[in-house]
Structures are given as C-alpha cells and as structure tokens.
Write a protein of this length. Structure first.
Length: 255
C-alpha cells in the first residue's frame, strides 16, 4: 500500500499503551469483563480499542492499546466514558482485579504513515453477553518493543529505524504494524495518570505464532545487517529495550 493511501485510513494520531498489574489469578476475570462489557462503550464515546492482550511472560499483566483523534478528542472521549453508565456499571468489578493501572505511555506515530492501518479488520461480537472463545486465537502473537531514549534523540532514532531497520525486517519477513514516539503534550485527562518525562520509541510487530517470532529473532541475531543497525539505534538508548510478548484476547481488533 502506498504511503498516501495508507495515511488516509490510519487509526488514531494519539495512542495509549496501557500495562495493568493485576491481583494474582485475576487476569481472566478482567478479560471477561473487558471483552464482554467495556469495548463498545468506549468506542461509542469516541475512541478506538486497538488491541488487548495477555502478556506471555507476566501472568498477572494485562496490556492494551486505545487510540484517539487528538488530545482534545481524548479529553472528550474519556470524559464521556468515565462519567457514563457503562463504566459506572462495571467500574467496581474491573477495579477489583487491579493492583496498578497507572503504567501508561502516551504516544504519537513516529512518522507520517507509522500508525496502525486497521482497515479491513473486524471484531467478533460477544456471545450472549460473554466474550467468545479464545481457542482459535492461541497461535496469534504480537511483539511490542519499547526503546527508552536519551532526551532529544527520538526524531533521529525514528528516522534511523524507518531507513535502516524496516528494510532489514522486510528482508526477513517480519511484519511491522506501527511505530510510535512519546507524545509530550500535557495530559488532557488528568484523572487518569500517564508516565511523564518519558522519551520512548515503540514498535509493534505481528507474527503467526510465538515460534515464528523466535525464528525471526534468531535469524535477525545472526544477520550482520541487523547487528549494524542495532549499533546505530543503541547509540540513542538510555537503557535496554523492553520487549512485550503478547497474545490477543478473543475480541481484540489486532488478532
């Protein structure tokens, strides 16, 4: 797809990456509430629920992403939802599963056409008010990599990633879906905290399975081209990158 055509259907110039620490053994409870009751209400308020996931390495973590048409639109959408009847009905049950819900990165696309292209994707409907079975989705796999950067290096890092990393990924059959950098605008809905003072680059890639991801990682590690690219990228890093290995829930739009 051409850059111009892709840009016409990109979703969400503002995206939240949300990582929730849950009480032990309560993740499936939250997923059940979220998938059955909390998606449509948020989207009717004016946001896009991009994806929700189980973290494969942290059994008590729930990771999800939602998008907005801008910072003012974010304020309006969050106000409508969190002051509305859907959240009032399910707030206590959802919050009862959580230890911490404040690990939130506020992001924007790293370059013009770096956001999610969600055209053609569809979300299964809940069945009798319950989430559909996850059985058919067990092979789906997503990797989110969070690069923590030194202040002022985000633009150069994004440019190097687009120019150098993407061609290597394509050569090895890796499927990049989106890339983001920190949005430094003031939090337009302070009732929900976000991490401030962050300088990150976030990439999202999709794979057919966790095994496919492992094979791609091994091939990249053995590639001189990728090692040279990594050295360029690491020059801007403030600390090692964090990789989230994720499996989507049944009603995730990314799945």
């Amino acid at each position: 797809m051409s850059a111009a055509k892709k840009s016409d259907c990109l979703a969400s110039p503002i995206v939240e990456l949300r990582q929730y620490t849950l009480k032990h053994g309560r993740r499936e409870t939250l997923i059940g509430i979220f998938d059955a009751h909390l998606i449509e209400g948020q989207e009717e308020a004016g946001m896009t629920i991009i994806g929700q996931f189980r973290d494969l390495d942290r059994p008590d973590m729930f990771v999800w992403m939602r998008g907005f048409d801008g910072m003012e639109a974010r304020k309006d959408a969050l106000t409508a939802f969190y002051d509305g009847s859907v959240w009032a009905a399910w707030r206590d049950a959802a919050n009862a599963t959580m230890i911490d819900s404040d690990d939130v990165l506020l992001l924007k696309p790293a370059w013009r056409d770096a956001g999610f292209d969600l055209s053609g994707l569809w979300r299964p409907a809940p069945v009798d008010g319950k989430k559909p079975s996850d059985a058919s989705l067990l092979a789906s796999f997503y990797a989110i990599q969070i690069h923590h950067l030194r202040p002022g290096t985000e633009v150069n890092f994004a440019g190097n990633f687009e120019a150098q990393a993407l061609p290597v990924f394509e050569a090895f059959g890796v499927r990049p879906l989106a890339a983001f950098v920190s949005e430094h605008a003031e939090n337009s809905f302070p009732r929900l905290p976000v991490r401030v003072g962050e300088n990150v680059f976030v990439s999202v890639t999709g794979f057919d399975s966790a095994d496919a991801y492992a094979r791609h990682e091994a091939a990249l590690t053995a590639s001189p081209e990728w090692q040279a690219c990594r050295q360029t990228l690491q020059a801007a890093s403030a600390k090692p990158a964090q990789t989230l290995r994720l499996s989507p829930t049944a009603r995730s739009l990314l799945r």
